[in-house]
Design a protein around this ligand. Structure first.
Ligand SMILES: Nc1ncnc2c1ncn2[C@@H]1O[C@H](COP(=O)(O)OP(=O)(O)OP(=O)(O)O)[C@@H](O)[C@H]1O
Length: 263
């Protein structure tokens, strides 16, 4: 069995004295593609912050790549793609500059970019399909493209483990598909991916495992459910749902009735 890259045991997080996460046991193995799902406020973002060491644990233990957090220093192995909103934020940076900033952990202080740095930046832009926009200001890009810039920034650092927080939020369906293709490429290359998602959309076929949060706890951890099932964050379990077409109204809409009448 492949090694665990994230192992959280009985993790708890409190913010300003209020318990936010409780009793979290979560193991992510090398090469897995895990979707972290759940309703608004269920604790997904807080869990990702805890797993990346950004949010301290009130209790429990966390290991990254088999090393306890307090002895872990290999942060370049971890790429974190935050929720969109920070990338453009009025800063007049080009796409290339944003992606280049993802190389900072690899560079020695005040040294110019090496050939290897430049190659990593170019390759990251290529994977997300934005090579042709490299010199443009990031604020001129669409939301989905900006999200891909953030992914490229993480990718430029050449991490083994990616955390992505709601990359498809506010992104239209065609661009969600482009994002899914990007993540498929990363996954095929052997990256481990933890994706926070409200809805999977085009990402669904990529997922090996779903972890569903509810009220600060893990309510479901297992194989992704089929299209015949739904996640039920309100009840903390899943159940088989009737096929979608059964939900379609069986009565004609008033407009249809009207048209019928006119004929
Ligand atoms: N910085 C903070 N200060 C106070 N409360 C917070 C903070 N961050 C999160 N919380 C609270 O922790 C709970 C979990 O929030 P979190 O953002 O982790 O949920 P989420 O599942 O990621 O939700 P969303 O889908 O809305 O991003 C919520 O009740 C939220 O109000």
């Amino acid at each position: 069995m492949s090694s665990s890259v994230v192992q959280l045991t009985d993790g708890a997080v409190a913010i300003a004295g209020r318990p936010i996460l409780r009793g979290i046991d979560l193991t992510v193995r090398s090469g897995e593609f895990v979707a972290l799902m759940g309703a608004n406020g269920s604790g997904k973002s807080t869990l990702v912050r805890a797993l990346t060491g950004l949010r301290p644990l009130a209790s429990g233990s966390l290991s990254l790549f088999g090393t306890p957090l307090d002895r872990f220093h290999d942060w370049r192995r971890i790429g974190f793609v935050p929720q969109r909103g920070g990338a453009a934020s009025g800063v007049p940076a080009s796409v290339w500059e944003i992606v280049a900033s993802g190389r900072l952990t690899h560079r020695r202080l005040l040294r110019p970019l090496s050939h290897r740095d430049r190659a990593a930046i170019s390759e990251a832009l290529e994977v997300v399909g934005l090579s042709h926009r490299a010199r443009e200001g990031v604020s001129t890009l669409s939301g989905g493209q900006q999200q891909r810039v953030l992914i490229a920034r993480a990718l430029a650092g050449d991490p083994d483990l990616f955390f992505l927080d709601e990359p498809t939020a506010g992104v239209d369906l065609p661009n969600q598909q482009v994002l899914a293709d990007t993540l498929a490429t990363l996954s095929e290359r052997g990256s481990t991916i933890v994706l926070v998602a409200h809805e999977l959309g085009p990402m669904a076929p990529l997922i090996d495992r779903a972890v569903v949060m509810r009220d600060g706890r893990v309510a479901y951890d297992g194989p992704p459910l089929t299209s015949h099932e739904v996640y039920e964050p309100d009840h903390g379990h899943h159940h088989a749902a009737p096929e979608r077409h059964d939900h379609a109204p069986h009565v004609a809409s008033p407009l249809d009735l009207h048209q019928e009448h006119d004929r």
